[in-house]
Design a protein around this ligand. Structure first.
Ligand SMILES: *[C@@H]1O[C@H](CO)[C@@H](O)[C@H](O)[C@H]1NC(C)=O
Ligand SMILES: *[C@@H]1O[C@H](CO)[C@@H](O)[C@H](O)[C@H]1NC(C)=O
Ligand SMILES: *[C@@H]1O[C@H](CO)[C@@H](O)[C@H](O)[C@H]1NC(C)=O
Ligand SMILES: *[C@@H]1O[C@H](CO)[C@@H](O)[C@H](O)[C@H]1NC(C)=O
Ligand SMILES: *[C@@H]1O[C@H](CO)[C@@H](O)[C@H](O)[C@H]1NC(C)=O
Ligand SMILES: *[C@@H]1O[C@H](CO)[C@@H](O)[C@H](O)[C@H]1NC(C)=O
Ligand SMILES: *[C@@H]1O[C@H](CO)[C@@H](O)[C@H](O)[C@H]1NC(C)=O
Ligand SMILES: *[C@@H]1O[C@H](CO)[C@@H](O)[C@H](O)[C@H]1NC(C)=O
Length: 483
């Protein structure tokens, strides 16, 4: 029942207006756009980068992360009791969630009465940098399109994980507000919260691997600014954009598998508490990213506002549908083309697909994956081999030094002639110097949606328009991407 009221409140909030920017000053209004670096955790630019690892180890780590992320997403779905749109049968999204099943909650602590609150520790493949407070303090955090809450570790810590950067001390910020009331809309939108005796909002977030972070919902000024090392473009007059009153979690207690190089997590999901929803009118409901192929030594970009307008040759704009959760950006796909052969999503399978920057592989239903693999086997004239770890289903012996990829384009069709054509670079991944595999896997455990992962999104400028409720994709060279 707790989960029911949570979803009911999310829905009400979703329908209500952009209250927060009534209080915002004008500095950020009117055609503002800014961009910042988004760094792949396994790229040479990442603070996580371990030079001693081989590229094989890195790819394996990415693949493993991707499976654990999707395992978690799947547990959310079963908690929700299935439903959604399936091929040939169009249902409206379920309006009342089912309680968490025993399977998802068996080993979880008490707060798991709402499985939705779980996200994965070290969530996603990308980290971003921004500044919080006055004077501004630099924060490095996971950028996650699969969750909403923004949180960082704060002093005084009761129990913090080891963090490389100094831990944010709110007492040194003149604009910090640590007493956000329980009636605040953002507090209301949080899945697992309690009210202190002073009526301030306390939250607890539990992750898929049972890592937990908890603290006080707070507000402070966020600054997206230039920095000598970070090539950042701000359109308009100023070199930085400060936005007051952004709600985030000040975590005083975090346990689990958090990474020392991350000060917290920036939720970029579609739910009310996320950074992009809070910035909503300042950024005209728009954000985008351009993901550099993970092996390249260049930073990806995250763009907000006017910089996030995706257009130009080859742009494909697809309407978002109301998916199972506000958090997930959901599209509906109808079929996959291999070369000229069209493979519709088999009848009865879900056509919902979430676009996620934090999942490495693309996950589609097994029945569809098998058809895609059958077609590839017929077209591709290479010797098949096995993934030694058994994670990926279709691999070939092929040298990563070979000049061209002998693989057909794979096209995702989103209906109404919206065709997103992916080249081999976006659909195959070298797991060793001489083994290349299809970067796709099957959805798990009756998961109600497919996941469009970040290998598939490499070298595309992917723009989310929350007002127009659409996602646009345009071919780009993200290594040299400029607004
Ligand atoms: C990545 O590029 C930067 C400069 O753009 C360079 O300083 C650094 O050595 C490069 N790292 C690797 C591992 O190539
Ligand atoms: C944190 O780092 C300190 C110093 O490097 C070390 O002594 C301590 O054991 C670490 N704590 C944890 C929980 O890893
Ligand atoms: C902190 O934010 C709350 C709104 O949640 C507001 O009522 C309160 O006045 C603010 N406090 C300060 C010191 O600005
Ligand atoms: C914009 O830039 C001009 C020239 O650099 C400066 O005179 C003006 O004060 C700036 N306006 C704002 C709002 O920063
Ligand atoms: C809004 O979304 C629709 C698809 O739902 C698309 O056709 C249209 O181009 C989009 N408009 C803008 C301004 O992006
Ligand atoms: C496939 O394997 C056979 C036997 O090892 C070899 O002769 C042939 O050249 C291989 N074909 C390709 C396309 O690599
Ligand atoms: C195709 O366009 C029509 C009218 O714009 C819209 O109602 C329908 O939902 C679209 N179908 C898909 C699969 O996007
Ligand atoms: C992108 O641009 C870089 C630098 O010019 C170049 O090395 C790379 O090959 C380009 N990538 C693609 C996919 O065109």
């Amino acid at each position: 029942m707790a989960s029911f009221s949570f979803f009911a409140s999310i829905l009400l909030i979703f329908l209500s207006v952009s209250w927060i920017f009534n209080a915002c000053n004008a500095s950020s209004q009117g055609g503002v756009g800014f961009s910042m670096n988004l760094i792949h955790k396994d790229s040479p630019r990442s603070p996580h980068y371990q030079p001693s690892l081989t590229s094989k180890d890195r790819v394996r780590a990415m693949i493993d992360r991707s499976f654990s992320r999707v395992r978690y997403l799947s547990s959310i779905f079963s908690a929700r009791g299935g439903g959604g749109d399936v091929a040939g049968i169009s249902n409206s999204p379920a309006s009342a969630p089912a309680p968490a099943p025993a399977s998802a909650s068996a080993s979880a602590p008490a707060s798991d009465s709402n499985v939705y609150s779980k996200v994965i520790a070290g969530d996603g493949d990308y980290i971003m940098e921004l500044e919080i407070g006055t004077p501004p303090v630099k924060i490095m955090a996971s950028a996650d399109t699969g969750s909403d809450l923004i949180w960082i570790q704060c002093q005084p810590c009761e129990d913090c994980y080891n963090q490389t950067d100094p831990i944010f001390d709110p007492r040194k910020s003149s604009t910090f507000n640590g007493s956000v009331s329980c009636n605040d809309d953002i507090c209301q939108a949080l899945p697992y919260k309690t009210c202190s005796s002073q009526n301030t909002c306390q939250y607890e977030y539990e992750y898929g691997d049972l890592s937990v972070t908890s603290g006080t919902l707070s507000k402070d000024t966020f600054t997206f600014s230039s920095d000598s090392n970070k090539k950042l473009q701000v359109q308009g007059n100023s070199s930085s954009s400060s936005i007051p009153g952004i709600a985030f979690g000040c975590s005083y207690n975090s346990k689990g598998t958090f990474e020392a190089n991350e000060d917290g997590l920036i939720g970029l999901g579609g739910g009310h508490a996320s950074l992009v929803r809070q910035l909503d009118s300042s950024i005209n409901g728009k954000f985008s990213y351009c993901l550099v192929p993970y092996k390249e030594n260049a930073s990806s970009t995250l763009n907000l506002g006017d910089n996030a307008v995706v257009n130009g040759p080859g742009v494909v704009t697809v309407p978002m549908i109301n998916g199972l959760y506000d958090t997930f950006y959901t599209l509906q796909f109808t079929s996959v083309d291999l070369g000229k052969h069209n493979i519709p999503v088999p009848r009865g399978l879900s056509t919902q697909m979430i676009v996620d920057s934090g999942t490495t592989l693309t996950f589609i239903p097994l029945e569809l994956l098998v058809l895609v693999m059958d077609d590839l086997s017929k077209i591709v004239n290479l010797n098949e081999t096995n993934d030694p770890e058994g994670s990926l289903q279709l691999c070939y012996s092929y040298s990563s030094k070979a000049p061209a990829y002998p693989f057909p384009d794979i096209t995702f069709n989103f209906g109404n002639s919206s065709r997103l054509v992916l080249s081999a670079m976006q659909t195959f991944i070298f797991i060793a110097d001489d083994i290349v595999c299809l970067a796709m896997a099957e959805t798990m455990g009756g998961m109600g949606f497919s996941v469009f992962g970040n290998i598939a999104q490499q070298n595309l400028h992917v723009g989310y328009d929350l007002h127009n409720k659409s996602i646009s994709f345009a071919p780009a060279n993200c290594s040299t991407f400029k607004i």
